[in-house]
Design a protein around this ligand. Structure first.
Ligand SMILES: [Zn+2]
Length: 383
């Protein structure tokens, strides 16, 4: 165990108190002291600081069984803000959230040429819009989290490679000096896993694998309450796990990668190959599926087969509590859920249905961006 010095303990206690108040909303100092096993004088000092910082306020008195009536301390979710940014297929989206991860304002802008300059210019513009949305935001902004579809270097603030966007070595460092505010980069699937574990369907679960299905397929590996990132923080590239040897050519240079069969792009491509009409979105394919169109049914069934193949591998490797599927297809869990479970669990001796739950994100398209916005909050307050 690492020994904590006095200031570490105080910071830690402060985080625990904010965390508790963010969940319980209103408590007396005695409640806080009892629930966290921190002495009343320490709670009083820390609560005093939090009142000064505007994160909590005194909100009347609670009933007392005798003696002085205790003061109620109330958590103020709009006392700090965070910005989350997500690089998507054709646009960049940005949201402003409060400490409850509630989206207060959002904005997006289309991408045209997809160069480093364009990406940085758009991000600056979006941040400026959100910062000026209300008068007090600049002063209360904790930081900016950026979710990116590739391998990132958190310390250097670079996107090292994003194969599906054909991007390499993009530095976000200048945003740091430009805005003079903490900037955090995170892989989109890791960001999604953070959101799912803190806000979503997997809230309070110890082990989950978040499968982010977008232009590619990414994975956020959340084990024993912590993110597993690997030696060089490159773990979780589950989309490049080979499911068919010498299969389809992947943008990474290899063949047969899972994402060439299970990404949004793969599903749209497969449909367009099969059909005489061209669609641009998953939504259009689902509409046709629901109308009973033969091509749509065929392509979706094949897609589910391929998706199940990779999920089965993940379950064998990780034995998680939950697999959470995020991205656009999570909106259509009514179509996918049962069929995927059947495929994953029907053909093996190790697991039966229910041993591992396969769920669809309840945050839908928002999980990656909310995860990005959570990073500055977690960094500051640890919740
Ligand atoms: Zn690949």
């Amino acid at each position: 165990m690492i020994a904590l010095d006095h200031s570490d303990i105080k910071t830690n206690n402060k985080k625990r108190i904010i965390n508790l108040l963010s969940k319980e909303r209103e408590l007396t100092k005695l409640d806080i002291s009892r629930k966290l096993d921190i002495s009343v004088p320490t709670v009083t000092t820390i609560v005093g600081e939090l009142i000064e910082e505007g994160i909590v306020e005194e909100a009347g008195v609670a009933t007392s069984t005798g003696g002085r009536k205790p003061v109620i301390i109330r958590f103020l979710p709009n006392s700090r803000y965070s910005i989350g940014i997500n690089l998507e297929k054709d646009y960049i989206r940005a949201v402003l959230t409060n400490l409850d991860s509630k989206i207060i304002e959002e904005t997006k802008k289309e991408l045209t040429v997809l160069t480093e300059n364009e990406i940085l210019d758009i991000i600056k513009m979006l941040i400026e819009h959100l910062m000026n949305f209300k008068e007090d935001i600049k002063d209360k902004l904790l930081g900016i989290g950026i979710s990116l579809p590739g391998i990132i270097n958190e310390d250097e603030l670079t996107l090292e490679v994003a194969t599906n966007f054909r991007l390499k070595n993009i530095s976000f460092k200048e945003l740091n000096s430009y805005f003079n505010i903490p900037i955090f980069l995170e892989n989109e699937a890791n960001a999604g896993a953070i959101a799912e574990s803190k806000l979503g369907i997997a809230k309070d679960l110890k082990n989950l694998i978040y499968v982010s299905i977008t232009e590619g397929v990414g994975g956020g590996i959340f084990i024993d309450n912590g993110m597993y990132k690997g030696k060089d923080k490159r773990a979780g590239e589950i989309g490049h796990m080979c499911i068919i040897k010498n299969g389809r050519q992947c943008n990474c240079g290899r063949k047969g990668c899972w994402e060439t069969y299970a990404s949004n792009r793969a599903l749209i491509k497969d449909y367009n190959k099969k059909s005489s009409e061209t669609v641009k979105s998953i939504n259009e394919i689902i509409k046709r599926y629901n109308l009973g169109e033969e091509n749509a049914i065929y392509v979706i069934e094949e897609y589910i087969d391929n998706l199940a193949e990779g999920i089965q591998n993940l379950i064998f490797i990780f034995n998680p509590d939950y697999i959470v599927i995020g991205g656009e297809i999570s909106k259509y869990s009514d179509i996918f859920s049962k069929k995927i479970s059947n495929k994953v669990f029907n053909s093996n001796e190790f697991y039966k249905e229910g041993d591992v739950n396969i769920l669809f994100s309840s945050l839908g398209d928002d999980s990656n961006i909310l995860g990005a916005a959570l990073i500055p909050i977690l960094d500051k307050f640890g919740f």
